[in-house]
Design a protein. Sequence first.
Length: 343
Amino acid sequence: MKPILAITMGDPAGIGPEIVVKALSHQETYEKCRPIVTGDAKVIRKAVDLLGFDMQVNAVSNVEDARFTFGVIDVYDLNCVDIDQLEYGQVAAQCGNAAFVSVRKAIDLAMEGKVDGTVTAPLNKEALNLAGHHYDGHTEIYATFTHTKKYAMLLADEHLRVIHVSTHVPLRKACDLVKKARIIEVTELIDDACRQFCIQNPRIGIAGLNPHSSDNGLFGDEEALEITPAVEELIARGFNVVGPVPPDTLFAKAKCGQFDGCVAMYHDQGHIPFKVVGFNWNAETGKMDSVKGVNITLGLPIIRVSVDHGTAFDVAGKGIASEDALMVSVDYATKMALNRMNR
């Protein structure tokens, strides 16, 4: 059986509903999985009309009532948006709340075993907080409502897969968070993830923190005190790891296939090379032609894959947003779900 995936609609004022509809306009999506959108059926209908697609919207209150048929978009209808008050490209509390309840429903359905995985469209953090939901983003929402203490963000796009020792903290604090135990923890997570992607004995490159991985202590001691001991313990336990690899070469090598996964020491160290590879900017139009990277939360009891871009309020409602990243997200979620179903 093809896995059932709950796809959240994202912030209704952003590009989320549009890219969800575009992704579901491809027959190949239904050949991989059985998708159901969590959100507001009126918002999805509005997106269908915006794009001029000949597609039906099937509003349901139970997963069992979904049709899972190409040409029909099944929506677990939460009736959470006043459609007359919806304005594309505007931060609004009702949109932040709608995005939040859409995510909560997807989590609940996965925790109850009614869907096999979840895929999230982008939400707006300002709107989320205006609605009274005080979270940094999807990752923290998922961690809270799945009662998960140890988790990490994995970015994936073709050969480049990156996990982080720390993410949304000041850079000064990020240096203090480079600890042996955390490095080992996230390496275990990315190794397991690679195996879920059907990569046997994944080769993991672990980045240094300092320039040239400190050049034997000339530019810092984090490598000697924390990173190298973590690498040595991982090797002793049978992991196929290399490090600390100078950060300015690690990601270039991974992009060419030398590593199946990379461990970055902090947010921008991993995000910058990833977005250079996955974000394709058109200098003539001044817009992104495509954005392909995905964000996977590891360590959860359920599957969560997301696009690695924002709500793009500047182009919302114009019908020009790319669904590429959402298509890749569905592909990764499908692979992970099938892996779990076959275990």
